[in-house]
Ligand binder design. Structure first.
Ligand code: 9MG
Length: 257
């Protein structure tokens, strides 16, 4: 899953693809590098990011979704929590919604149910603006597993078949490095949720803690984390550096199988 942020303020590629034409070219390049899914986001989810109005989110993502869906057969995913965005982007060709709030926003679950699209349900403790402020877990793996199980049950109840869903432990979302490592080590414990596991570790700040490296210099660390995730059961890897990640995923998947 290649990351395409159409925002002026995302943590890793700030503003580079804010222009729709450049965004479409970037999507094309990621498809050529082997991305099976392009994840388009119009609102940054990094800690303390400025909130974006609904109209602005739609203005950013809709033209890019339309153009990428028309341009190729790649699966178009949209990183959003808003019901209005879910309905409009699916009408424009998105087949998947990547929701860091796991369809907990008012109206989001019902909107997804109406569309027939797939969704990724991600674990997050708190909200992006404040999630890194007072982090406490008992057993992080058990808590993440329980929340994802609850969201899968809510979706089932709301008319969304399990086959439309994948789950994600939400690395870096309201978690400290020790929690992220614990989750990565024990990713296999989420496999009994019986849904495909998606992970996003690319360029994340735990790599600053582990390697001391800044954002533009985290490729090797990101590849190591993606490899570990696939060896431990992940089947979808959300990444900025698609070509290198695709190679790593292929090697790790061959080893795992
Ligand atoms: C939008 N976004 C940023 N990080 C992410 C992650 O780790 N997983 C998913 N599903 N989405 C993410």
């Amino acid at each position: 899953m290649g990351v395409l942020n159409v925002t002026p303020d995302s943590f890793s590629d700030a503003g580079q693809y804010f222009d729709p034409q450049r965004a479409v070219e970037r999507a094309r390049a990621m498809v050529a590098e082997g991305a099976a899914i392009i994840d388009i986001g119009g609102e940054s989810t990094r800690p303390a990011a400025a909130p974006v109005a609904l109209e602005e989110e739609l203005r950013r993502v809709v033209p890019v979704v339309r153009a990428v869906a028309r341009d190729s057969d790649v699966i178009v995913s949209v990183d959003t929590s808003r019901p209005e965005v879910i309905e409009q982007v699916v009408a424009e060709g998105a087949a998947m919604i990547n929701d860091v709030r796991a369809l907990r926003s008012r109206g989001a679950l019902a909107a997804l149910a109406r569309t027939g699209a797939a969704a990724c349900l991600m674990h997050m403790k708190g909200e992006p603006a404040t999630m890194q402020q007072s982090i406490q877990f008992g057993d992080v793996v058990a808590e993440v597993r329980a929340m994802l199980a609850e969201r899968l049950a809510a979706c089932q109840e709301g008319g969304i078949a399990a086959e439309r869903l994948c789950v994600d432990p939400g690395f870096g979302f309201g978690k400290l490095t020790q929690h992220n490592l614990e989750l990565l080590r024990n990713l296999g414990e989420l496999l009994d949720l019986d849904r495909p596991l998606l992970v996003g570790l690319s360029r994340k700040s735990l790599l600053k803690t582990l390697t001391g490296r800044d954002n533009g210099d985290r490729l090797a660390g990101s590849i190591a984390l993606a490899t570990a995730a696939v060896l431990n059961g992940a089947v979808i890897v959300r990444a900025h550096d698609v070509a290198a990640t695709v190679d790593a995923v292929r090697v790790a998947a061959a080893l795992r199988n």
